[in-house]
Design a protein around this ligand. Structure first.
Ligand code: SF4
Ligand code: SF4
Length: 74
């Protein structure tokens, strides 16, 4: 499952991510974007490409846990 993260320090609440996301991952509240439906993310990267302040990061949880298993981390 993709993990979508918004750096709230950087986010200026422009709602571009909200508008470009095909999966309705984001909501805008009080001038910030929150990825409340990250489980719907199809990793199209549109939000990352269009965010004007480079505030969005997407990670893949399975990949992360595979790396954790590989290196014996919890
Ligand atoms: S990568 Fe695509 S589907 Fe995922 S949150 Fe960004 S715009 Fe939405
Ligand atoms: S596109 Fe970037 S700056 Fe604009 S609301 Fe989304 S995360 Fe915040």
């Amino acid at each position: 499952m993709p993990k979508v993260e918004v750096d709230l320090e950087k986010c200026i609440g422009c709602a571009t991510c909200f508008n470009v996301c095909p999966s309705n991952v984001f909501i805008i509240r009080k001038g910030k974007s929150y990825p409340v439906n990250a489980e719907n993310c199809v990793m199209c990267r549109a939000c990352i490409v269009h965010c004007p302040v480079d505030a969005i990061r997407i990670a893949h949880r399975e990949q992360k846990s595979a790396i954790s298993r590989l290196y014996g981390e919890a």
